[in-house]
Design a binder for this molecule. Structure first.
Ligand SMILES: [Zn+2]
Length: 282
């Protein structure tokens, strides 16, 4: 369909508009949709000349705010993809799905997000410790998702064997320092399952480099681990380990994840349903 352009004269200045989208009334032009005036007041131009411009109407403003919302959602989606990379299912972990919102570790996690800007200035991170199956990974992922949503900044969540595997896969082609730099460039790094990696001089050196580059770039790190806290806090006789632990002690505040799993009620419902299905009528 061809646009129907009409030009009228307002205050001696020509003003073209699309008849399909606007109409003229009493010497001014109005949007057909929202009926707001779209010709601006005349502006002086080069002293003696006047110009008019098309001003935004309600439809334009709404369109723009919609575009902004969409752009923001795109950003968040991309940041989450980059954050979880190989474990995409973690991008659905959210605080509102937790079954024990009043537990201390959940409150700490929420406050970590709320005060992230302040905490990251001081390079304050967290270390989640506790038994297997208490939901440390889940809680860390809640933090990652909320920080991405609230601040639209870059977060990476990786486990150490994954990182080591990445570096090893690269062989001689990979510039390790460049790899560490990339890890340290994100606003928040979450190292999941710290301590399950092989205990060799070679691996310990890599782990040290990862943690030390975060330390030197003064950016916060969250670590989740099954290693008992006192092992990390009391200092180790193993020089390789102690080097790593002492950096962690300087950067991370211990948070104990206690008791039963804090994961979603949804997961529990699913388990109950499965159990009922398996047990059948009794
Ligand atoms: Zn309009």
């Amino acid at each position: 369909m061809e646009d129907k352009i009409k030009t009228i004269e307002i205050d001696g200045v020509e003003f073209p508009f699309n008849l399909d989208k606007a109409f003229e009334k009493d010497g001014h032009v109005y949007c057909r949709e929202c009926e707001e005036r779209i010709d601006s007041d005349p502006l002086n131009y080069l002293g003696n000349k006047k110009i008019l411009f098309r001003r935004q109407c309600k439809c334009d403003r709404e369109e723009e705010s919609l575009r902004k919302v969409k752009e923001e959602a795109d950003h968040i989606r991309r940041f989450k993809e980059e954050c979880f990379l190989t474990s995409r299912n973690l991008n659905s972990c959210t605080f509102d799905k937790l079954i024990a919102p009043d537990r201390q570790e959940v409150i700490i996690a929420r406050n970590f997000v709320k005060n992230f800007k302040e905490l990251s200035k001081e390079n304050n991170g967290l270390i989640f410790h506790g038994n297997v199956g208490t939901g440390k990974t889940y809680l860390a992922a809640c933090i990652a998702n909320k920080i991405i949503e609230d601040y639209q900044i870059r977060v990476k969540m990786r486990n150490i064997p994954q990182i080591i595997n990445d570096i090893e896969k690269g062989g001689f082609d990979i510039d390790k320092n460049d790899y560490y730099r990339k890890l340290s460039s994100v606003s928040l790094l979450i190292l999941d399952d710290f301590g399950i990696e092989r205990n060799t001089e070679y691996v310990n050196e890599m782990v040290y480099q990862i943690i030390n580059t975060r330390y030197e770039s003064k950016k916060p790190t969250i670590i989740s681990t099954n290693i008992p806290l006192d092992v990390i806090m009391n200092g180790s006789n193993d020089i390789d380990k102690e080097r790593i632990y002492s950096r962690i002690r300087e950067m991370c505040i211990p948070v104990k994840i206690v008791g039963k799993d804090i994961r979603t009620e949804l997961g529990r419902k699913k388990l109950r349903k499965t159990r009922d299905l398996l047990l059948g009528d009794r």
